[in-house]
Design a protein around this ligand. Sequence first.
Ligand code: NAD
Ligand code: DAU
Length: 358
Amino acid sequence: MTARSCILVTGGAGFIGTNFVLQWVERGGTIVNLDLETYAGNPENLVSLTGSPQHTLVHGDIADAALVSLLFREHRPQAIVHFAAETHVDRSIAEPDTFIRTNVCGTFTLLEQARQYWSSLREPERSTFRFLHVSTDEVYGSLSPDDPPFVEEQAFAPNSPYAASKAAADHLVRAWFHTYGLPTLTTNCSNNYGPFQFPEKLIPLMILNALAGTPLPIYGDGGNVRDWLFVSDHCAAIRTVLAKGQLGETYNIGGNSERTNLEIVRMICLILDELRPDPVGAHDRLITFVPDRPGHDRRYAMDARKIARLGWQPSVRFEDGLRSTVEWYLNHAPWVDRVRTGAYRDWIRQNYDERISR
Ligand code: NAD
Ligand code: DAU
């Protein structure tokens, strides 16, 4: 597979998908991008590709077998990179249905349609075809402070409806490799941050709340730990696995950058104190401890030595990536205004009003 190949991407109008699509096209590749444009999918992210023969955005559902089959037959992609998912843990707790439908049934549909297409290929296309499934560290469950990081052989122990739906999808991918020989690859990555992240997730939410002078809602004691990775490093890792990964294998991806939520929010406050001082006072005055997320995983950390052997490692220091992320949100106020729709505000009210007023 070369950077110039045509690939089918799902969920390429979301946060990581957008970054991946922009980088792939910049490197000379061609993409057919299937995205349902849910609240988290934003075609505006890809406006710089308007009219480009290297990018075709198709509005549709990964669970629509007829549509997926048509895309395979029309575009004859050399690989599928599957990002599309419902991704927010808090939403999965409030309304799990769409997580099962998209993450489990949608992945099943893609696997079946990919299998039919791949079975019809002749050499050399048959041998070079790849199905790369993008997954998460959350399938492994939660670590104690002194546990070693997650390795690929770790037993799955998903704790949220989101994590369970991703774990189910990972198992389906594994089965399609073992049973049918579909040439699959799976990546399990830690928390991403960077440009285009929808502001329901920790880092953009805290940046925007701090700018607005509204509470910074920290679940529980703020001591939960995540292993943060700048999104462009995740995209590079996916390209590495696509090019060099061994069929049927899974690869852990992490930033080797564990931080507590409280540390992160304090860092954001300090960056904003410098870049956008608030005359009322330091931004950390807004930190507000609120009731915890049910079933909140305490700690994630990834052992990424297996993918390191393929030649990948993170390149962006957390301090640098966080600062450039804050700058990106400061420089993209119109984008921020447009994504904070009525539905977004409804979600913020639903998830936080009661927590903050307690
Ligand atoms: P996101 O929520 O920002 O974007 C998801 C995209 O999928 C959106 O564009 C949405 O419109 C699309 N989508 C949802 N349902 C669909 C359907 N039925 N058919 C077609 N498109 C649909 O997600 P993200 O944060 O960019 O995550 C992308 C992938 O990476 C997910 O599979 C997620 O599990 C995985 N992942 C995310 C992180 C992270 O920190 N964000 C870390 C590890 C793995
Ligand atoms: O670990 C990878 C996962 O990272 C991905 O698979 C998910 O798709 C992605 O959403 C992310 O899940 P998290 O639950 O870790 O991310 P989130 O940004 O929602 O929360 C990060 C941490 O911050 C978590 O411990 C909960 C906490 N938090 C989050 C929000 C939104 C708060 O304390 N307050 C908040 O308001």
